[in-house]
Design a protein around this ligand. Structure first.
Ligand code: UDP
Ligand code: MG
Length: 335
């Protein structure tokens, strides 16, 4: 069939871009990075790569400092700045999701990026180029992490390797800096899980993708909100939300341990028959402890999955937006 009418459809040559930026307690960072985002969007508009209707969407993730006030002020200064605010802090992943879902019906492409200037803002233009060349998802990948500490690099490296071993498909050294077309976002809206791990979920949607490399910089100001404990929690969530391999490993370990136990029993019987059985309370205690440990670990992992099922079964909302800069909730201001 040819001659398919295209009236009212997306203008692929000049897409409307929404940059989605999660912000949590970033009062020191926003005044520095917001103009950088604006400059980047204006460059792309002037080069006619994106529509002048493109926007920079800040998602305030229940900050306890003046982040939301700064966002509201920015929105008054320039029409390209807009913001939404979550009713409380729900974490980086949910903040990005809230922004993406807000954007999915009103723009053609989104780019999610952290607000601290660590991810190279100028790489956005290359991402848009990839989209214009046909990619629906463009992953921003860190080409080197010189600015990160050895410890951060080591833990991140182990994290990607572990995810891979556990069967979770991710793009190596890609965090949450990525371009997604709204076509992909509409499909992604059908993924309803409460425990979200975007970098493992987006590849599951499929479609043509591309990669853009960039150098990771240091945080412009403020401090990371991802200490080791939160990184471990994210890794654990990523694995248990997207893979059941740990349970298979437990089953395998259970088989191996049972086999060792079985061989031990045969050996004990033979030595008893031969009459040279040694009083072996030490070996028994060791085996009991070993088995007890494995059992507790296994129960813990299985418990994690059951906990996840419990949380998923509640179908609670993944984010709650309390304010938008373009339609503020009046009651808050009337007191
Ligand atoms: N962030 C968020 N909610 C949180 C923690 C962080 O929205 O609960 C935002 C934060 O403002 C930043 C991004 O997520 O824009 C990444 O956080 P951060 O820079 O602290 O992490 P790191 O880069 O150190 O891994
Ligand atoms: Mg950061």
């Amino acid at each position: 069939m040819n001659n398919i009418p295209n009236e009212g459809k997306v203008d692929f040559s000049k897409p409307i871009l929404w940059i989605v930026i999660p912000c949590y307690n970033e009062k020191d960072v926003l005044p520095i990075t917001a103009p950088m985002f604006l400059e980047q969007i204006q460059t792309m508009i002037s080069k006619e790569k994106i529509s002048a209707k493109s926007r920079i969407l800040f998602v305030n993730d229940g900050s306890k400092d003046s982040t939301w006030d700064i966002i509201c002020k920015l929105a008054q200064e320039d029409e390209h700045y807009i913001g939404i605010s979550q009713s409380r802090n729900r974490g980086h992943q949910n903040a990005v999701l809230a922004g993406l879902m807000e954007a999915k019906d009103v723009c053609d492409i989104t780019i999610s990026i952290d607000c601290d200037g660590q991810d190279d803002i100028t790489a956005m233009e290359r991402m848009v180029d990839e989209y214009l060349a046909g990619a629906e998802v463009v992953y921003g990948v860190r080409s080197k992490r010189d600015t990160d500490t050895f410890f951060k690099r080591f833990t991140a490296e182990s994290f990607y390797k572990l995810l891979d071993k556990m069967g979770v498909e991710t793009v190596y050294n890609h965090a949450d800096y990525r371009l997604i077309s709204t076509r992909v976002l509409q499909e992604f809206a059908g993924f309803h899980e409460v425990n979200i791990f975007l970098r493992g979920m987006i590849p599951l949607v499929g479609y043509k993708n591309a990669t853009v490399y960039y150098e990771r910089h240091e945080r412009i100001a403020g401090e990371s909100h991802y200490p080791l404990s939160k990184m471990l929690a994210l890794a654990f969530d990523g694995i248990t939300s997207l893979s059941v391999r740990p349970i298979s490993i437990i089953t395998g370990a259970g088989c191996v341990v049972s086999l060792i136990g079985f061989v031990g029993i045969i050996w004990a019987i033979i030595t008893a028959i031969l009459g040279n059985a040694v009083p072996g309370w030490a070996s028994i205690v060791c085996i009991v402890c070993f088995l007890g440990g494995i059992q507790l670990l296994s129960l813990g992992v299985i418990g994690e999955y059951i906990g996840k099922i419990y949380l998923e079964s509640k179908h609670r909302p993944r984010y709650i937006i309390s304010d938008k800069t373009w339609e503020p909730y009046e009651r808050h201001y009337k007191g």
